[in-house]
Design a protein around this ligand. Structure first.
Ligand code: UDP
Length: 377
């Protein structure tokens, strides 16, 4: 028997906050614990003490979605400023536009192609012998050919994931489009924007409800679950089970901060495609808030490496070995009574923010519907 009618939520990131809010609005008392000293998880933003610029502390987060309910939801808690993600990349000593578009193709090959000509040219470069691409490399060779792959994807991906693109799934590259026009918007989505006062302010507002208590700098242990009617757990899945089946692999990021008087690179995100450059990208944070004025600038050089036991997990590595290990953890998770595993870390997936919110809204609805039916939770 549960000893309380309180609901426990582990993690005050997007998953935890959205679930907590929905349950609180339905009249439940909710307690949210987070091991860190701030809410918002990895989308945490704060003002840089020296420059006053709003910084994406755990790397760039751009909100984009086609989901009208999710867009309306975030707009309830924050004014969103229009923001288009336009990413550049430096490769072989030149700066190009991403995602690969007609400008990138014409500049790279020294041509003046129109869309149909560029399409035919790229198709001639593509390796047609690959019928059903399985790996990242096969996907790239099949759709953009070797020259563009080596300039823009091979080195970056090797740095980002710490392994050869021949070992990675094609799904990672499928995140990036190739365009035969001059559209350099990184995302296709209908709604895009940046929260005016940052993601942390947005999440704090989601959590601002009389039925919600937030405890920061508070670690959750499995035994603590007994104190709640139900637990929604958005921490690392393997951590919940004390890593009994080994650690699931993650990439972590290190950021090297530097400041600059003026405008360092002229855009928010500059990728570095060459393997010889040790960092993957440089983020100049003030360009995420173009509606604000700042003389000074703060930038982060971003380095990716294997995640150790004391590091912050970022990107789940879902190779064959991890997928097998994940299946064993999922089987254990299914045996847990009154615990729901949610979010990027709780389900060990590469999740965009909009999908995280969509899943959190659905999870809360399902829980409430089942409780209303009197189902054992
Ligand atoms: N990628 C690449 N070159 C780039 C940008 C991305 O090869 O200049 C690859 C890389 O493997 C990356 C994946 O495409 O992990 C997805 O890119 P996205 O920009 O979605 O990554 P995120 O911003 O989520 O790290």
């Amino acid at each position: 028997m549960a000893s309380s009618d309180r609901i426990g939520i582990v993690g005050a990131g997007l998953s935890g906050a959205v679930i907590g809010r929905a349950l609180a609005e339905a009249g439940h008392r909710v307690e949210i614990l987070d091991a860190r000293g701030h809410v918002a998880g990895n989308c945490h933003t704060e003002r840089d003490a020296e420059t006053g610029v709003m910084v994406h502390v755990y790397g760039p987060h751009i909100f984009h979605t086609d989901d009208t309910e999710v867009w309306d939801y975030v707009n309830r808690f924050q004014t969103f400023q229009p923001y288009k993600n336009r990413v550049k990349t430096t490769s072989g000593g030149q700066v190009y536009s991403l995602p690969v578009n007609l400008h990138t193709i014409n500049q790279f090959f020294g041509k003046a192609f129109r869309p149909d000509e560029a399409r035919a040219f790229i198709e001639a470069q593509a390796d047609r012998s690959i019928a059903d691409p399985q790996t990242f490399e096969e996907q790239a060779l099949r759709f953009v050919g070797r020259a563009l792959y080596e300039a823009f994807f091979k080195g970056y991906t090797q740095k980002q994931w710490g392994c050869s693109p021949t070992e990675l799934p094609a799904s990672i590259l499928k995140r990036l489009p190739v365009r035969f026009n001059y559209d350099d918007n990184y995302f296709f989505h209908k709604y895009q924007g940046m929260p005016e006062n940052g993601y942390t302010d947005m999440v704090a507002r989601i959590l601002d409800h009389a039925n919600v208590t937030v405890r920061l700098a508070t670690r959750f242990h499995r035994a603590d679950g007994d104190g709640y009617a139900h637990v929604f757990y958005s921490g690392p899945l393997d951590g919940y089970f004390d890593y009994a089946l080994g650690r699931l692999g993650y990439r972590t990021l290190d950021f090297e901060r530097f400041t600059y008087e003026g405008d360092y690179q002229g855009c928010a995100v500059m990728n570095y495609g060459d393997f010889a450059v040790p960092y993957t990208r440089i983020t100049e944070h003030k360009h995420f808030s173009p509606w604000e004025e700042h003389e000074g600038s703060v930038c982060y050089r971003e380095f990716s490496r294997e995640c150790g036991p004391d590091d912050t997990p970022y990107y789940p590595i879902r190779l064959v070995r991890e997928k097998e290990q994940l299946a064993r953890y999922v089987a254990r998770a299914e045996q847990e009574r009154a615990v729901t595993f949610v979010g990027r870390l709780g389900t060990y997936r590469y999740l965009d923010m909009d999908l995280t919110i969509r899943e959190a809204l659905d999870t809360a609805r399902l829980y409430l519907a089942r409780r209303a039916q009197g189902a054992a939770m």
